[in-house]
Design a protein. Structure first.
Length: 174
């Protein structure tokens, strides 16, 4: 009878171990979570309807740095958590030249952050790891200072263009 009890005990231990694995791993579910990506039109409509900031990821199928950003940055649990505060939009730069031109994309990957009104906050050109990218996300949400390596959309770059009419008016006539 003692020998018959041992297999039953081992069966109960094995069953307990099998049941414990899902419970033990429950707190680690972020690794299997992903960012919810939307197409451009759908994402912009959601951003407007929900009064939420948007994050537009411009990438291509051939871009190795885009793939690295997917593997390292967009799969990081902390980035996924903060990304829930944005409407995340993914654009294939090869397929949407109109949007590449509209947002001034000149390299891949490029991430464009929009505020709740659809106005560009800032852009990030090139790969950024999770720690640096989180700083950009915080800045776009108004919770941090401007990170280094961001492309400003400041209007000061337009000042030389504003001077052209004055130069034409003040130019001496021949």
């Amino acid at each position: 009878m003692i020998n018959a009890v041992k297999p039953a005990i081992w069966m109960m231990i094995a069953l307990a171990a099998c049941l414990a694995v899902p419970i033990w791993g429950a707190g680690r579910s972020a690794a299997t979570e992903t960012i919810e990506w939307h197409g451009y039109e759908e994402g912009m409509n959601l951003s407007s309807a929900q009064n939420r900031s948007a994050l537009i990821d411009f990438s291509t199928s051939w871009c190795s740095w885009c793939k690295k950003m997917d593997a390292d940055t967009y799969s990081d649990a902390r980035v996924i958590e903060v990304a829930r505060r944005f409407v995340c939009i993914r654009v294939d730069g090869d397929m949407r030249g109109d949007l590449v031109a509209r947002y001034g994309v000149d390299g891949y990957p490029t991430t464009v952050f929009l505020d709740q009104n659809g106005t560009v906050s800032h852009s990030v050109v090139g790969y950024k790891g999770p720690d640096e990218f989180l700083k950009d996300m915080a800045y776009a949400l108004g919770e941090g200072s401007r990170p280094s390596g961001t492309k400003s959309t400041c209007l000061f770059g337009l000042i030389p263009l504003l001077a052209i009419p004055a130069v034409l008016v003040l130019r001496p006539k021949d």
